[in-house]
Design a protein around this ligand. Structure first.
Ligand code: TYC
Length: 115
């Protein structure tokens, strides 16, 4: 099918040419929510937290927990800034409520793409 438009994206009234500007849509900056390793939080607590707050399967949550345990930190999800900040705050409050020192942080994602 052709992509003909009914109206041109410019108008001419004899003196002035008015060109409509195209909307510039920038992709939002994305942030990864990471959990940090510590020596005290039980593995089972971390796995259940990842399932509950990041909607991961038991298997995937276990893999992420083990990656954090061995490498020091691991990504649990990627969100827009507001969502990532809220997610980290909720997770940190939940860990504190359960007397665990587990820490959750956010980091900007590396953006290699051209904008
Ligand atoms: N290192 C903890 C332990 O041996 C387990 C753990 C995993 C803690 C991931 C925090 O983000 C974490 N019990």
């Amino acid at each position: 099918m052709s992509e003909e438009k009914n109206t041109p994206d410019w108008q001419h009234d004899g003196n002035t040419v008015v060109e409509e500007s195209r909307p510039i849509l920038k992709k939002p900056r994305m942030f990864q929510v990471v959990l940090l390793n510590d020596d005290y939080t039980p593995m089972e607590f971390v796995v259940e937290l990842i399932e509950q707050f990041f909607y991961k399967s038991r298997e995937n949550a276990t893999q992420i927990m083990l990656k954090i345990h061995t490498e020091g930190k691991g990504i649990c999800g990627i969100y827009t800034e507001d969502v990532a900040e809220t997610k980290a705050a909720v997770v940190n409050q939940y860990s504190m409520d359960h007397q665990h020192p587990l820490l959750c942080e956010i980091e900007p994602c590396n953006d290699d793409e051209e904008s």
